[in-house]
Design a protein around this ligand. Sequence first.
Ligand code: ZN
Length: 351
Amino acid sequence: MYNERIAKLRSRLEDPLLVTFLPNIRYLTGFTGSNAFVLVSNDRLVFITDGRYAEMGERIVSGIDGAELVTYRTGLVDVLIEQFGDSERVGLEAKDVSWSFVHGLKEKARAGLIATTGVVEQLRAVKDDAEIASLAAAAAVGDAAFTQVRELAATAQSEADLGWGIVGAMRQAGGRQAGWPPIAAAGPNAALPHHLSAGDPLGSGLLLLDYGCTVDGYHSDMSRTIWLQGEPEEEIKRMHGAVLESQEAGIAAVAPGVTGHDVDEACRAVLRDYGYEDLFLHSTGHGVGLEIHEGPRLAKSSEDVLVAGNVVTVEPGIYVAGFGGVRIEDMVVVTAEGHRVLTESDKGWNA
Ligand code: ZN
């Protein structure tokens, strides 16, 4: 698996690439630690890490054809430069490296340092079957937690308390880590798309949830908006109906060859008809994988073209300050025929 990914990466390289971004390193090698560098050229792969990961490093290089392991304790810059050898140019991952790291290298390196963006990320955007299975498993964990939400909400002391309850439910269902502290936004707090759940009580009405976990390092991401007791106000029902219709139109649009803009527009057009477009405060969705937000983007300005193997969220929402908000989000795989939805939880306000 890693050999295949590295071969694909090599076919795209003009110069050796120093991979520093940890999700990219995990994708290429399986490394799950916090410090490593991978120098990939057409004929070499050097895995560089510090003493803490020497043993893990041994295991990693033993699984990759021709890989070499270099461990260091101090003097990282010199270690990297030695590995650059007489390469004329070396690519760096421009979105990951820090100013001080680049300048430290520049002072000593003979090789020219080239800024690259998205080289490994473009490979990661197209998932293989094993990755899709991990994403589906993570989505199933989110669904399992959702079946317990009403019960958890009945005894939760606060939004954050419900968040912890959801984390526990995900852990029991096989989640390895929470993707982030769950968003549980009650009443007017639901008007903030990324509300930070804290000590506010849940109340008995509107509740917006957005949470996820990881399985094998792959993220799930889902949002539901429900009403805790009784019937919602008419305006919330109308908002919920509009968002659900918008979200389903977005999902229906997901297929190979369609742009991120097209899916966004499918969602937006429904909200426009309801007069809610101005209340849609974010874009429609994002790729999901080893990172919670990755390519492709589903947004008004996105020219990303969907291909089979992309996994994206479709998550329109509308927000009325001081009143409340509704967001509904699923994870969707792009397939050769169109799409398949991974999250299966009921989407009604009384779910
Ligand atoms: Zn999302």
